[in-house]
Design a protein around this ligand. Structure first.
Ligand code: ARG
Length: 455
């Protein structure tokens, strides 16, 4: 295929250079965005009288046909034509000759590629946003359905205080809601048109930049032409937002893996979302959760790679920036693959209520409540803490829980104890006494569910 920039060259490009330079094997997925961008640009050229209206119409129509042919699989891209932009322009010129050569008036591949990537990431981020919303809804459904399930809450992975399982799930909900907000903000910064920036300095033609932007559904145009062709913040930010989503998924994945182990036994994954072992017949493995945790690493890698590609680049465009695509595409693909399967795995898992409750009552998870009891009877908190600490040591030796002590035993540690201590240290009371805004009481968690549904 003839090079679009062949004019000043007297030798053919070495085929090694063609291979090295070419990005068509990974940027071909931008074909739709590239064609939509070209159509909007061309309509604007015609409207402004920069090229004859009839030429603009012919180009727009032919671009539509090229789009259709690509989607029907009848177009073969060529590595010799370097990238998706030159491939499509070459196809256009092949089909309509000299008229096709007018499309690139007032445009550079530098503003073109920035536009294409922005359009692509805008659409992918919208898809990701929808999947995050589905995950959030699944978590709220699970929380609502299991409102009576009590589990041990942990710090340092040591039993701490009982909490509602729903409260624990809604903690993840909050994280994913913030992730959703981050996607929306990221989209608002992505959805800005760089067209009109040319190679770096703007163009000499009377372009209507706002017209092109609005044809593409973009809210505004970039303010500085040099920035517009140099900036990949929007791609890096996308990778960051995706890394954050994966980090949250990974933590929930880690917990799911622990919960589904024989030792915890808090949940059982559905057969359709687990896998077996090729040698051990008894095994049922949480591969979906493990892969989600594992894939988090590659999305972080994409973010770090992109940051590193950009860190030393002088303004404006540099070919290094072609290396942005594989990273951000990989991050997007990974998240788009992970979210739906992870959500279904959660939606279908069985909650083992009795086991959770049993574990919630062991390990002195009611010790804070016993201390709070003494504080409410007038003892300073630090003293109450010491009394209960001594009591726990006694209980460990006696092989008893706090709630199993006789009133006589309680009184030996502190005479402020009365018959009412038993209701205070019951599991249900440990939960429902935490009726502070954002706390784990059934009342608060029900309120949280209602609020989240409204959100
Ligand atoms: N394939 C290039 C990229 O992805 C397109 C821009 C090329 N611009 C240039 N001046 N070589 O970055």
């Amino acid at each position: 295929m003839k090079k679009l920039w062949g004019g000043r060259f007297s030798k053919k490009t070495d085929s090694l250079v063609d291979d090295f330079n070419s990005s068509i094997r990974f940027d071909s997925r931008l074909y739709r965005c590239d064609i939509f961008g070209s159509i909007a640009h061309c309509e604007m050229l015609g409207k402004q009288g920069i090229i004859p209206k009839s030429d603009a119409d012919l180009i727009v129509r032919t671009l539509g046909e090229i789009l259709r042919d690509i989607e029907e699989g009848t177009v073969e891209f060529s590595a010799g034509a370097e990238d998706i932009h030159t491939n499509i322009e070459s196809l256009l010129i092949e089909r309509i000759g000299d008229v096709g050569k007018k499309l690139h008036t007032g445009r550079s591949r530098n503003d073109q590629v920035a536009l294409d990537l922005r359009l692509y990431l805008r659409d992918e981020c919208e898809k990701i946003y929808k999947h995050v919303k589905e995950l959030i809804n699944t978590l709220i459904d699970l929380a609502e359905k299991n409102i009576d399930v009590i589990m041990p809450g942990y710090t340092h992975l040591q039993k701490a205080q009982p909490v509602l399982f729903s409260h624990h799930l809604l903690a993840y909900c909050e994280m994913f809601i913030r992730d959703g907000e981050r996607i929306r903000q990221c989209i608002s910064r992505i959805n800005v048109s760089p067209l009109g920036s040319g190679a770096l300095a703007g163009t000499t033609y009377p372009l209507d930049r706002d017209f092109t932007a609005s044809r593409l559904g973009m809210g505004s145009v970039t303010r500085n032409s040099i920035d517009a062709v140099s900036d990949r913040d929007f791609a890096i930010e996308t990778c960051f937002v995706l890394s954050m989503i994966m980090m949250h998924i990974s933590r929930l994945a880690e917990e799911t893996i622990l919960w589904s182990s024989g030792e915890f036994g808090f949940v059982e994954l559905d057969d359709a979302y687990s896998t077996g072992s090729s040698i051990m017949p008894q095994k049922k493995n949480p591969d979906v959760a493990e892969l989600a945790r594992g894939k988090t690493g590659r999305v972080y890698g994409d973010l770090i790679a992109l940051l590193t590609v950009m860190k030393g680049l002088p303004l404006a465009y540099n070919k290094d920036m072609q290396e942005d695509k594989e990273q951000v595409f990989d991050a997007v693909d990974t998240v788009l693959m992970t979210l739906p399967v992870f959500t279904k795995m959660l939606a279908t898992m069985k909650i083992k209520k009795e086991k959770m409750k049993k574990e919630a009552s062991g390990g002195f998870t009611n010790a804070t409540d016993a201390a709070d009891y003494l504080v409410k009877k007038g003892l300073p908190f630090r003293d109450a803490h010491r009394v209960i600490g001594e009591m726990v040591t006694y209980c460990i030796k006696a092989g008893k829980g706090i709630e199993e002590l006789t009133l006589q035993e309680f009184k030996e540690f502190c005479d402020l104890f009365g018959e009412d201590i038993y209701s205070v240290v019951s599991l249900e009371s440990c939960i429902d006494q935490r009726d502070v805004a954002g706390g784990t009481s059934t009342n608060q968690v029900k309120k949280a569910i209602t609020n989240l549904r409204r959100l």
